[in-house]
Design a binder for this molecule. Structure first.
Ligand code: FCB
Length: 459
């Protein structure tokens, strides 16, 4: 890997912004999106191996079989982060590497990989932040109902203890789930993600069992001595003139996870709306106490707000069961390659709202970033769109800190271009470009700029 380190950036002269001392700067990835090595060293199949092989589910039939080959190239990837000066790296552990069937026998060779990765990070002064579950559910568990089967919650806690048992002497910060909303409502309610089921009732039951698994995993991690424990949610402020519509979507997107986790109750409006699909009998006595086990850190993944308008006759959006009569989209803003609007103010609003409505839990941005159609020209990638997206969102995060939000850090999504789920490799989110034919890594302009932000602790 060569980095044109001599190149420097004039940070836009729109006022100098400093972040608080000790602010954590880093980057994030996820196992299935970058590791490849899908059959190496005893890894079992995950729902994403199955789903990506199901015709029509993932763009052009792409799979994570090879991805960025990070499993073999992690020393190079860690060296890139070191050269960029990143403090911290958020990665996820592949459950089917550690327990090929999701429960029962442990595969020590799978744990060995994370052992090597953690040691490499620490040797380069980069603090690991572990996510235990970023969507690659062992297929054996899915064959028994996956997140719709209550038993999975206990299996998840066992796996958490196993992972902590091996890495807990060196890893302080543990997060349980990444974006349970996506697992539940993309995976089980709308079929857009693995395992590809499309039944609203399953979506709500999966959501509950994910939360229960989180709570049991928090207990297991604490019992084995984890220092800092949290969870990551994908949250979107909902914008719209029609207050009931915006409230409903806010419930289905945000409060359905925030309220049980941080207040120990499901929001009444969501419970009511979902009654047309489910009687909620999967919620047992004591579950909400388990789910609301105190956490040390809330991970926030923010990409864009959700704009909604009331429109009679509009069918429900399958990812928001019960949302008929509401039209989505139409923000007056530039768009990324995902078609997502670029609206940085949403991040300020979100962080301030979390501080106001759910006080007392420190926040960290565990993902923020954008896809653009990048091209390599003479060994460089001039990704001005991403650079300005990141600049705008860092300014927005800073404004929230000034407004009182207890924001501790920022992790860009993503370190590398990678397997973007149903979009396959066609959407590039990396600050480092990956040429999939050669596995060559090229830091984009945004990476060099970000490195300068990290060095200055500000903009
Ligand atoms: C989030 C996911 C992450 C990546 C980004 C673009 O929903 O957590 O894996 O796909 O979106």
């Amino acid at each position: 890997m060569t980095m044109s380190a001599e190149k420097s950036y004039d940070l836009q002269d729109s006022g100098v912004l400093r972040f608080p001392e000790g602010f954590v700067w880093g980057a994030a990835t996820a196992a299935y999106q970058i590791e490849g090595a899908a059959r190496d060293d005893g890894r079992g199949p995950s729902v994403w191996d199955t789903f990506s092989r199901t015709p029509g589910k993932v763009h052009a039939g792409h799979t994570g079989d090879v991805a960025c080959d990070h499993y073999h190239r992690y020393p190079e990837d860690v060296a890139i982060m070191r050269d960029l000066g990143l403090h911290s790296y958020r990665f996820s552990i592949s459950w089917p590497r550690v327990q090929p069937d999701g429960s029962g026998p442990v595969n020590p060779r799978g744990l060995d990989f994370y052992d090597r990765l953690v040691d490499e990070l620490l040797a380069n002064d980069i603090t690991p932040i572990v996510t235990l579950y970023h969507w690659d559910l062992p297929q054996t568990l899915e064959d028994r109902g996956g997140w719709t089967n209550r038993e999975i919650a206990a299996h998840f806690a066992d796996y958490a203890a196993i992972a902590h048992g091996r890495l807990g002497d060196r890893v302080e910060t543990w997060t349980t789930l990444n974006e349970p909303w996506c697992s539940a409502f993309l995976g089980y309610a709308s079929g857009i993600h693995a395992p590809g089921l499309a039944d609203p009732a399953l979506g709500f039951s999966a959501a509950h069992h994910l939360l229960l698994g989180h709570g049991l995993a928090v207990q297991a991690l604490r019992a084995s001595g984890a220092a800092t424990v949290g969870v990551t949610l994908n949250l979107s402020p909902v914008i719209g003139d029609d207050t009931p519509a915006a409230e409903l979507v806010d419930g289905l997107q945000n409060r359905i996870f925030l309220d049980p986790l941080l207040r120990g109750e499901y929001p009444a409006d969501v419970v009511e709306r979902a009654r047309r699909f489910t009687d909620w009998s999967f919620v047992h006595d004591g579950d909400l106490e388990t789910i609301s086990e105190p956490i040390d850190l809330l991970g926030v993944n923010y990409y864009h707000p959700q704009t909604v308008t009331a429109r009679s006759g509009e069918p429900a959006n399958p990812v928001y069961p019960g949302s008929e009569g509401i039209a989505f989209g139409g923000a007056d803003a530039p768009q990324t390659a995902m078609g997502w609007p670029v609206q940085p103010f949403g991040l300020t609003d979100l962080l301030l709202r979390l501080s106001r409505d759910y006080p007392g839990t420190p926040l960290i941005i565990t993902e923020n970033g954008a896809a653009f159609d990048d091209v390599v020209e003479d060994g460089e990638v001039h990704d001005t769109g991403r650079l300005s997206y990141l600049d705008g969102h860092l300014r927005a995060a800073h404004a929230a800190i000034e407004g009182g939000a207890d924001l501790r850090g920022y992790l860009v999504w993503s370190l590398l271009d990678n397997f973007e789920w149903a979009e396959g490799y066609r959407k590039r989110f990396g600050v480092v470009h990956v040429d999939y034919a050669t596995q060559r890594r090229t830091p984009k302009d945004s990476a060099l700029w970000y490195s300068e932000v990290v060095r200055r602790n500000g903009l």
